[in-house]
Design a protein around this ligand. Structure first.
Ligand SMILES: Nc1nc2c(ncn2[C@@H]2O[C@H](COP(=O)(O)OP(=O)(O)O)[C@@H](O)[C@H]2O)c(=O)[nH]1
Ligand SMILES: [Mg+2]
Length: 691
């Protein structure tokens, strides 16, 4: 097929047997997995339409997903439709599992954004739409659940336009009918290009019906809008509209195709995914307008020269199959036993829900699971040059929620670290880290549910039971005044004894100074070789001060001392400095220091005042707010907040922003903490030390 505007030859043609990939994305519960089920049923890929509610759908088949009736991982299934091969990537909608959607979007030819028929819910789409636009991914909006829509489609359309910088083109208008209870229901639709009316059925293709007379004014208004938008990118159509010539359908279809694949417009379709309404209309739009693999490879700057090349977008670790690298083949083909870039390709599988179908060979455009290619992980490609990173693959989001983790059974610790390595390779937005300051193993991710599912995976798939607790804050302590302290360590046990005598001065230093040791010994009252031992003894003691925390920002000066020619040793001077600090520090008004973070919260502007209240309610000090750069209708609020108050803040931020608000932090300073909170922390630290 030739692109009529640019003259370039396009390889694929609907019906040519090409392999295309469509991502189904959108908010949690908008109906993506139900839509997948209908797409598979309508194309004959499955013989029975299951449901997510009953736990019988192809998607969401993992134990974690079934338990919640909610997607926690990408679902993959393929179907043949009118001579083409389609793979659908149904991704979790929850922002906490967003990494899988970004990975799916990286390898798709087009995205279907499944949304609720409600203007109020549109804001939840904004980060997703923005990501899709930034990456120039052609996308269709599918306004779902039209059966239960209360408002009008045009209101949802207007709301969608506020989060979309591409021109939206409504391709269908609903046919509505009054119900017995005084409301209205959608019984079908008019296709605005063909100007045909259809009546929905509870299953199967909609029936062609006569155009209802009362819909005509709305239909011609919506059609006019559609044509006007398309004409913004096509002068020929514009001329015809100006001269009042009715455009040929073929011209309208061509404009829809070209402007969609060039990511200039986004078509808007309507339907009800769980009952196949509008599903065939969606399939047809995809069939005509979805770019082919070569075009997508070109958009991504990936090779499409016929030489084998596949990009891994997700890793799965399975009990039987071992490591599976889910890939899209961008160019050439892959077959079992072939060597690509020095790496031997073992078994190949086509994923279908939870099933893996063995494949001998896969072609450009397909989604395939490569078994046991250890070195191939998400964001890497396998090609003639070996395994190399892909430049524009989405990086993992930084974590916003953390828990401390421990194996319930101490013997499981080795198993735990192996399992963590696997689940974080499957999901790079999950991370773990041993934190030296608090001696905790931290699991970090995108929210409470995200970590809960990770913990379930550890137990369910790797048989490692773990306990989680909120992570400890890395408190410090310091002193508020100085003192002089004398200490003598003397022991006489059998043979030769132990003797050391020192006099030190302790004084506070400004924040950020750490620990400083000064030696002011004159005349060799403490021999040179013992002085480092005094410093070491102090440093060791300062790891846990009178309040139970590491002591910082103080100076210890060794001013005087005595030694014994036989009994003194490094050991005895170390002991003397411990005694000096044990007795001296409590006289220096010790005080707790808590880490204060600079926090920047990003949220839609209508939530800004609620975000500010949330911050001040958590001992935060507001620094100001501003428009979020490049984000229409969003603000950024900045504040200084205690680390302890930030730990679970994401839960509240999400609840006041329909899930889309987010934040980032950086360490700012340590700040003195006194009063009841400080007393409680000291108390808890003591209890823990005693336990
Ligand atoms: N009324 C109605 N409900 C739907 C429709 N599509 C999905 N649902 C329901 O919405 C809920 C979420 O569906 P699901 O497909 O799991 O959503 P996902 O989170 O986007 O994958 C389920 O209870 C579905 O039965 C629809 O078109 N109409
Ligand atoms: Mg789902």
């Amino acid at each position: 097929m030739t692109d009529l505007k640019t003259g370039t030859i396009l390889s694929g043609r609907p019906g040519s047997g090409a392999h295309r990939v469509v991502a189904l994305c959108g908010p949690y519960l908008s109906g993506k997995t139900s839509l997948l089920e209908s797409l598979l049923f309508a194309t004959g890929a499955i013989g029975r339409r299951g449901s997510t509610r009953a736990g019988t759908s192809v998607g969401d088949g993992s134990q974690e997903a079934r338990k919640r009736s909610m997607g926690t991982e990408i679902n993959i299934a393929s179907a043949d439709y009118l001579g083409d091969h389609w793979t659908f990537l149904d991704v979790p909608g929850s922002i906490e599992f967003q990494h899988d959607s970004l990975a799916a979007l990286a390898v798709c030819d087009a995205a279907v954004i499944v949304c609720e028929p409600s203007p109020e819910r549109v804001v939840a789409l904004s980060p997703l739409v923005r990501y899709i636009e930034d990456n120039r991914i052609p996308h269709i909006f599918f306004v779902n659940k039209i059966d239960s829509a209360e408002g009008r489609v045009r209101d949802t359309l207007a709301a969608l336009q506020t989060v979309s910088s591409r021109k939206l083109v409504l391709r269908q208008v609903p046919i509505r009918k009054p119900t017995s209870d005084g409301g209205e229901e959608t019984i079908g639709y008019v296709d605005l290009v063909s100007e045909r009316a259809y009546r929905y059925k509870s299953s199967g293709a909609s029936d062609l019906i006569e155009m209802p007379a009362e819909i005509l004014p709305r239909e011609s208004e919506a059609r006019r809008e559609m044509l006007e938008t398309l004409s913004e990118f096509d002068d020929k159509l514009l001329e015809q509209l100006i001269e009042d010539i009715a455009p040929e359908k073929s011209l309208i279809y061509r404009d829809l195709h070209d402007e969609f694949s060039a990511d200039q417009i986004s078509p808007v379709l309507i339907g009800a995914g769980d009952r196949e309404n509008g599903v065939r209309r969606l399939l047809k739009a995809l069939r005509h307008d979805t770019p082919f693999v070569e075009e997508t490879a070109k958009r991504r700057d990936l090779p499409s020269n016929g030489v084998a090349m596949a990009e891994c977008f997700k890793v799965l670790h399975q009990a039987h199959a071992g490591k599976l690298s889910l890939c899209r083949v961008w160019s050439g083909s892959l077959s079992e036993g072939q060597t690509v870039g020095g790496v031997r390709i073992g078994s190949l599988f086509r994923p279908f829900g939870q099933r893996l179908d063995k494949a001998g060979e896969v072609k450009a455009g397909e989604i395939v699971a490569l078994a046991k290619v250890d070195a191939l992980s998400a964001g890497q490609a396998i090609a003639a040059a070996g395994i190399t990173p892909v430049a524009d693959f989405p990086p993992a989001e930084s974590p916003v929620f953390t828990l401390a983790l421990a194996a319930k059974n101490r013997n499981d610790e080795v198993k735990l670290s192996g399992a963590l390595q696997k689940i974080t390779e499957e999901d790079p937005s999950l991370a773990y880290e041993q934190r030296a300051e608090t001696h905790e193993l931290l699991l970090k991710g995108q929210g409470e549910m995200h970590l809960k599912v990770a913990v379930e995976k550890l137990a369910g798939r790797y048989n490692v039971a773990v306990e989680t607790v909120p992570p400890r804050v890395a408190y410090r302590e310091t002193i508020q005044q100085g003192t002089s302290q004398h200490a003598r360590y003397k022991r006489q046990t059998g043979g030769h004894g132990q003797f050391a005598d020192i006099k030190i001065e302790i004084r506070p230093l400004p924040r950020g100074s750490g620990f400083r040791f000064v030696d002011k010994i004159v005349g060799g009252v403490v021999p040179r070789n013992f002085i480092p031992a005094v410093e070491e003894g102090c440093a060791e003691f300062l790891k846990e001060g009178p309040l139970g925390q590491p002591v910082v920002d103080l100076e210890v000066t060794l001013v005087d001392g005595q030694y014994h020619a036989v009994d003194s040793s490094e050991m005895s001077f170390k002991m003397a400095s411990r005694i000096a600090l044990t007795e001296g520090l409590p006289k220096c008004k010790p005080v707790l220091l808590e880490p204060i973070l600079k926090v920047t919260v990003a949220a839609p502007s209508d939530a800004t005042s609620r975000i500010q209240r949330l911050i001040t309610g958590r001992r935060g000090q507001l620094l100001g707010y501003d428009a979020r750069p490049g984000w229409n209708g969003w603000d950024e609020v900045s504040a200084l907040m205690p680390e302890a108050e930030v730990a679970d803040m994401i839960v509240e931020i999400r609840s006041v922003t329909q899930g889309v608000g987010t934040y980032r932090t950086e360490f700012d300073h340590l700040q003195e903490l006194v009063g009841r909170t400080a007393d409680r922390i000291v108390e808890e630290t003591k209890k823990r030390a005693a336990a």
